[in-house]
Design a protein around this ligand. Structure first.
Ligand SMILES: C[S@@+](CC[C@H](N)C(=O)[O-])C[C@H]1O[C@@H](n2cnc3c(N)ncnc32)[C@H](O)[C@@H]1O
Length: 345
């Protein structure tokens, strides 16, 4: 005889993870923003009382956040003293080169607000920034994003956080020895240009981006002692002529725009390059079976909500470059999420 009711079983792990995932994001973002992870990582504070005092929050409430972080494996506790697990410590420590909190700021400030409009985006197949920014009429996702200087700074910090680490690896995987001027089109925080110039001492660079990016870039090139070799040129890559160079970079640009706009940019770069010149596309990539990685699949949704673009697999970029006329195309992967597709004119 069949049982009358289906047996209750525990909700499977994959579903549980997805259900609680948004809460975990907030634990990560708040813990970073309040300096909880950094305080523990740097040994500045290790008890709830000390942590609460330096963060200016209530100790009993903070205990709950810390318990959540412990359950997530972000914090360890031994004899009432908190520690960050060894392999995570540099990623939480604000004065370490590996610190990744900068990468959270755009997620925290913008994506947590656009994702609630996922159903609308699916129905309309349109971005949803008008839902979170008032008077958002412009075609460019960057117009609203850059109206507020703090939001601009957060966005560029996120770009730096996601870009500089992989760029340091990628500039070693593909030799730029034979090139003299690298133009980072929509180069933003300068993460790729700076990594390239630090590795190739005879290379000069130009970051070409919207005028509002100039101050952030100015600070970065000063910080990295590259003021003599790295210039900033303000302009609009759809409207204006590109600065002259023999290697052009498009980092997280093609994923912001539709196919037609992307093709316009690729053709513009192709026409600006001398024979033998290179294009370097930096993007998250789908694997060829399109069954992951999860970061690319999630950001492909974020691109739907926040831009006109999407993510592709490496072979799709190669076909696109070949349609424009580029040859000897290849994909070079970093150990992180941002990879490189190269084409030669
Ligand atoms: C997603 S960010 C990528 C930044 C950088 N390339 C990277 O990989 O981190 C896109 C960049 O394109 C720039 N941008 C957007 N529209 C532009 C335009 N019309 N002309 C020039 N730059 C533009 C933005 O200011 C921003 O820096």
């Amino acid at each position: 005889m069949k049982p009358k009711h289906k047996m209750m079983t525990a909700i499977p792990h994959e579903i549980q993870q997805a259900m609680y995932g948004f809460m975990m994001s907030h634990v990560l973002f708040a813990g970073d923003e309040l300096g909880i992870f950094d305080g523990i990582a740097q040994g500045k504070a290790s008890t709830i009382q000390e942590l609460a005092q330096s963060a200016g929050v209530h100790p009993r409430a903070l205990e709950r956040l810390v318990l959540a972080a412990i359950a997530m494996g972000l914090i360890d506790q031994k004899d009432g003293v908190y520690q960050i697990p060894e392999h995570l410590r540099p990623f939480f420590q604000k004065n370490a080169a590996e610190y990744c909190g900068e990468a959270f700021s755009h997620f925290r400030e913008v994506s947590t607000r656009t994702f609630p409009y996922l159903k609308e985006a699916l129905r309309e197949n349109q971005p949803q920034w008008a839902q979170i920014f008032s008077n958002a009429q412009d075609y460019s996702p960057f117009t609203e994003l850059y109206k507020d200087s703090q939001r601009l700074e957060n966005f560029l910090s996120s770009m730096w956080g996601m870009g500089y680490g992989p760029a340091k690896e990628l500039v070693q995987k593909y030799s730029l020895d034979r090139y003299s001027t690298l133009v980072d089109v929509g180069g933003g925080s300068g993460s790729f240009a700076i990594a390239a110039l630090e590795h190739y001492s005879t290379l000069n660079g130009i970051v070409f981006d919207l005028p509002k990016v100039s101050q952030y870039l100015e600070n970065k090139r000063h910080e990295h002692k590259l003021s003599q070799r790295l210039a900033f040129v303000a302009g609009d890559f759809f409207q204006d002529e590109l600065p002259t160079g023999d290697v052009y970079v498009l980092g997280y640009i093609l994923s912001d725009w539709n196919r037609e706009d992307g093709t316009k940019l690729l053709k513009k770069i192709y026409n600006a390059l001398p024979a033998g010149g290179a294009i370097l596309i930096l993007e998250k990539l789908f694997n060829e079976g399109k069954n992951g990685p999860i970061e690319t699949a999630m950001m492909n949704l974020a691109m739907l909500l926040e831009t006109w673009g999407q993510h592709y697999a490496g072979s799709e970029y190669i076909s696109w470059l070949q349609e424009i006329g580029f040859q000897n195309c290849q994909v070079l992967c970093s150990s992180g999420e941002k990879h490189m597709v190269v084409g030669i004119k």
